[in-house]
Ligand binder design. Structure first.
Ligand SMILES: NC(=O)c1ccc[n+]([C@@H]2O[C@H](COP(=O)([O-])OP(=O)(O)OC[C@H]3O[C@@H](n4cnc5c(N)ncnc54)[C@H](OP(=O)(O)O)[C@@H]3O)[C@@H](O)[C@H]2O)c1
Length: 272
């Protein structure tokens, strides 16, 4: 996909959570292409180091890595403190890190459910508070919040995941209104199915899904998301089919969703 303008015009860095794989890594590459020094944050240091080396070689920008479990209750404060220690000014905050699990809420392992809520509700919100406050003082900055098309309605089977993405979408909208008057842009990126490791899909299935156009490439999602961010758009759903799906899902009555779920064996509804 063609690269797009704005080249970084300040020394401010772009902080990308979950920047070592999937959509986050693709966002990091495309921010580096625009000249931004990077700070990649995720949990696994080997993957972080590999991604950082790849980006340095490809784009010649400064890439810092920070290994941190963002599902920890104090993760946002800890990350903010470590960024201050590094002496970095964050001009672009990308809240991207996420996990997914499928199944009824009553069956969810509580530690996994707690991690999801910390990672996809508490930490990104508090990062917006801590880094957004500094952006507001400087009168410039961009915040990209990665939600999902699952935020368009309430789906049984992904109550934790979908509701966290719905929260992020709403948070992004409110934050955008608050920050816009201070020169800080906020954009919500809501991808549909994307060919990454998120769902633990087998590589062969991902390959076929890509061929059939069921999954978008993370590079495309990232580029469309960044174009929306720099154009100052409120929301962005990459791919026309995903935009149609999101709106169709929002208009579908709940009884239709429930009927499909009861009848679709692959949705693993327990028999009672
Ligand atoms: N793929 C899709 O179809 C799709 C659709 C809509 C929205 N999204 C959203 O896009 C975002 C990126 O997902 P992806 O598809 O690119 O999947 P991915 O390749 O699995 O990336 C998830 C990233 O989150 C990081 N992460 C997970 N748990 C973490 C933790 N406790 N602390 C720190 N980092 C953690 C991972 O880092 P480690 O490897 O170090 O754990 C990884 O870099 C997510 O928010 C997801 O919900 C994806």
């Amino acid at each position: 996909m063609a690269s797009a303008a704005p080249v970084a015009n300040s020394s401010g860095a772009a902080l990308v959570t979950g920047g070592c794989s999937g959509i986050g890594k693709a966002l990091a590459h495309r921010l580096a292409l625009r000249g931004y020094p990077l700070l990649l944050v995720s949990e696994r240091s080997d993957r972080l180091e590999t991604a950082a080396a790849e980006i340095r070689t490809a784009h010649g920008v400064l890439v810092h890595v920070l290994c941190l479990d963002l599902a920890r209750p104090d993760a946002a404060q800890e990350l903010h403190r470590r960024v201050q220690t590094l002496g970095l000014e964050v001009d672009i905050l990308v809240n991207n890190a996420g996990i997914f699990f499928f199944g009824e809420a009553a069956d969810a392992p509580t530690d996994r459910a707690n991690a999801l809520l910390q990672l996809q509700v508490v930490t990104p919100s508090l990062l917006c508070t801590l880094f957004g406050r500094e952006m507001r003082e400087r009168g410039r900055g961009h915040i990209l919040i990665v939600s999902s098309i699952s935020a368009w309605r309430d789906f049984p089977g992904i109550a934790y995941y979908g509701s966290s993405k719905r929260y992020l979408r709403g948070f992004a909208r409110a934050l955008r209104s608050e920050m816009g008057v201070h020169g800080v842009g906020v954009t919500c990126l809501a991808p549909g199915p994307t060919a990454t490791a998120l769902y633990g899909t087998a590589p062969e299935t991902l390959r076929r899904g890509r061929q059939l156009g069921l999954f978008l490439e993370p590079e495309r999602v990232a580029e469309v998301g960044l174009q929306a961010l720099f154009a100052g758009r409120a929301e962005c759903v990459p791919g026309i089919i995903n935009r149609l799906l999101a709106h169709a899902a929002a208009l579908t009555p709940q009884w239709v969703v429930d009927t499909i779920r009861r009848r679709a064996s692959w949705l693993r509804v327990p028999q009672r």
